[in-house]
Design a protein around this ligand. Structure first.
Ligand code: ATP
Ligand code: SKM
Ligand code: MG
Length: 171
């Protein structure tokens, strides 16, 4: 893993720990990290929830695809994806072509505990409960699993442990 020629894409449900683990991978591997959500906020000059509310989800999804196209021009970076990014076929194909895809999973109960106080996950606005999380996760699960090269369950594990498992899978 010293000479990472491909990218690492971290995918998974909101709160699975993509941003947290990406930061740990960056710290350990000394390779740059791109946070899709943060880069969209920077490009648009608006919070994610404001983009959804004022411009709509399709606008956000188009911005996400445009950003992914720019990011996949690069090599050897860690990309922490938006939780829904891989649901678009075009995005999933781009990721597959340009790197290894790591899926982080967690139970709906764990996810709820991690995201319940957040106000900037518009997909969960008004639906912040375990049942809704389970339902949406179920809808997304097949796609997440279909594209993943490596799957790491994150419940009751620290970011360091999860990172160790990812690196072991690629060793
Ligand atoms: N392994 C873990 N154990 C305990 N808490 C965690 C773990 N991973 C992440 N968290 C916490 O859960 C919350 C969500 O984590 P994070 O932002 O990394 O998720 P994400 O997958 O990037 O979510 P999103 O798709 O919404 O960007 C944060 O408060 C983070 O500190
Ligand atoms: O799962 C999703 O659809 C999303 C996850 C977040 O990372 C953001 O990209 C946005 O809130 C949408
Ligand atoms: Mg994140």
């Amino acid at each position: 893993m010293k000479k990472l020629e491909e990218n690492i894409f971290l995918i998974g449900f909101m709160g699975a720990g993509k941003s947290t683990v990406a930061a740990e991978l960056e710290r350990q591997l000394h390779i740059p990290r791109a946070e899709m959500d943060a880069l969209i906020v920077e490009r648009e000059g608006m919070a994610i929830s404001d983009i959804f509310a004022e411009k709509g989800e399709t606008y956000f999804r188009d911005a996400e695809t445009a950003l992914l196209k720019d990011l996949t021009e690069k090599k050897g970076i860690i990309i922490s994806c938006g939780g829904g990014a891989v649901m678009r076929d075009e995005n999933a194909a781009l990721m597959k072509q340009c790197g290894k895809i790591v899926l982080l999973t967690a139970t709906p109960e764990t996810i709820y505990e991690r995201v319940k106080d957040s106000t900037d996950r518009p997909i969960l606005n008004g639906n912040m409960n375990v049942d809704y999380i389970r339902e949406l996760m179920e809808k997304r699960k097949d796609r997440y699993l279909a594209v993943a090269d490596v799957v790491v369950a994150t419940d009751q594990k620290s970011a360091e442990e999860i990172t160790r498992e990812i690196l072991a899978a690629f060793a």
